[in-house]
Design a protein around this ligand. Structure first.
Ligand code: IPE
Ligand code: IPE
Ligand code: MG
Length: 242
């Protein structure tokens, strides 16, 4: 590993587990969906602020493969919110030079949302100021299983030998094949677990946990976290050179 990697200080790829919308709302006696709506506003603010902190890749966890367990009302409300976000933000994101991508399994999503997703990906595909990756119906285990299935089918089809299956071959079949690994993963709301987010990609990520609920998370707090990250020592299994 090159020395420059060992001392890297810039958080180029930041991933966020946006948690706490439900608690934010229920603590005020409001329906959980009000918290999700407020959370979507925070996404707008954080995406706007990210390039100013040197972030080139921002990946956000919006809906997990496990979130289908929630009430039908909440799931439908969240899906409507995703659709509205894409419709309302497409032009603004494009003008701001943001390239939008999605990770996760799309099959189970409503065809209208799948079309909106494909549309914004296509519209913003040549932008390069910030790559915004939105994880919808995403689970790290599901992603690895789907990649393994692709490997198996390539081997069965004679395109790949079993001995060619290595880290790079698997990585190339993940939803994140075009993204660098995250440098920093932030989780809001005081929970200190990964909840199935970027399992493969997080091998050497730094983690930051904040008590702040996602609807209260600000660009200022992101800035403080980024500054703290800049002072961390990342060794990637090596030894720091003097
Ligand atoms: C995160 O907030 C958003 C999604 C999971 C969609 P939550 O809805 O999990 O909020 P809490 O954890 O119940 O407070
Ligand atoms: C993780 O949050 C998923 C998202 C933020 C989209 P959850 O609220 O679903 O995770 P758990 O249930 O607390 O582990
Ligand atoms: Mg939660």
């Amino acid at each position: 590993m090159a020395a420059k990697d060992i001392t890297a200080r810039q958080a180029t790829h930041v991933a966020i587990i946006m948690d706490g919308n439900g608690r934010w709302a229920t603590s005020r006696g409001w329906p959980r969906l009000v918290g999700h709506r407020r959370g979507a506003n925070r996404v707008r603010a954080i995406v706007r602020a990210a390039p100013g902190f040197g972030i080139r890749y921002l990946t956000i966890f919006a809906f997990s493969t496990e979130n289908w367990k929630r009430s039908t009302e909440e799931v439908i409300g969240l899906m409507a919110l995703f659709a509205r976000y894409i419709r309302n933000e497409a032009d603004k994101l494009d003008e701001a030079g943001v390239r939008v991508n999605f990770i996760g399994s799309r099959d189970r999503l409503d065809p209208n949302i799948q079309n909106l997703m494909a549309g914004i990906e296509q519209k913003t595909r040549t932008n390069d100021r910030l790559v915004l990756t939105i994880a919808i119906n995403y689970g790290g285990r599901d992603e690895i299983v789907r990649a393994a299935r692709r490997l198996a089918s390539d081997v069965a089809g004679g395109k790949l030998q079993p001995g060619d299956v290595d880290e790079a071959a698997l990585e190339a079949r993940l939803d994140t094949a075009d993204l660098p690994d995250p440098d920093l993963i932030i989780r809001t709301s005081g929970e200190t677990r990964t909840s199935n987010f970027l399992l493969w990609q997080s091998a050497y990520a730094e983690y930051e946990f904040t008590e702040t609920l996602w609807p209260d998370f600000t660009a200022e707090e992101l800035g403080r976290i980024i500054n703290r990250f800049g002072r961390r020592e990342r060794r990637f299994g090596g030894v720091l050179s003097a």
